[in-house]
Design a protein around this ligand. Sequence first.
Ligand code: IPD
Ligand code: CA
Length: 281
Amino acid sequence: MVDAWQSAMDHAVAVARKAGQVVREALSEDMKVTTKSCSVDLVTLTDQKVEQLIIQSVKEKFSNHRFIGEESVASGEPCVLTEAPTWIIDPIDGTTNFVHAFPFVAVSIGFSVNKQVEFGVVYSCLDDKMFTARKGKGAFCNGEPLQVSDQTDIKQAIIATEFGSSRAPETVDKIFCSLRNILSIPVHGVRGAGTAAINMCLVASGCVEAYYEIGIHVWDVAAASVIVSEAGGVLMDVEGGEVDLMSRRIVAANSKTVAERLVREIASFQPIRDDAPPLKE
Ligand code: IPD
Ligand code: CA
């Protein structure tokens, strides 16, 4: 099976590159922007087109594989992770950035077998950085090995996070409560690139010590999760303990020390899980 997964990974890299080119070209064209769950949850025709491009090309080579894709789920496909080989796709991570030409946009492709992410490909397409990792084989950016930062004192750290797309007052309050706690540690700074996948690749690259967010989806983080672990980092739930990629909560850090210190300051809450059964009308 080893070679089968390697050829899947090679395919993921090739199709992510092709998808990235479509995204770059679309930046200079007229965009048709619509919304999904709320007025700040944006989607464009390019998101849908790129997801179809990836799924079609995978189906041609790996006809029995399954898919979880952001836009397919938005159009009613189930979001269920089984033991089967499954491609977990975010065609554009950072759609709001894409719409505003804010220069961090990624194509994210994770591949899971037996519910474990076997490899991840995150193509930061505006700066042409191809982040890749395969379980047990290290993490790379454009072929160069990645290593997390060795800073374990959170007071010397930069922490990445995002505000997400919920504007429910109780959620916004929790987000600001966590930020206040973390800034007051004090940390060196708080940053956010506007894409979960790139934030996690920044952890893997050693530029920030940790990233956390509540409200992300499995397609935002699946690929980057293996990139962080293969670069020497750790993944954790926002309340500590094991991460669950379907739970919509994640901490990705350079070390257990930083992750455990961070979770003490996060005001946690539980959004509806990605694999929750659809609400009855
Ligand atoms: C979003 C981005 C954003 C994060 C959201 C994600 P999308 O993904 O990763 O940084 O704050 O939680 O949903 O919608 O651009 O694919
Ligand atoms: Ca997306």
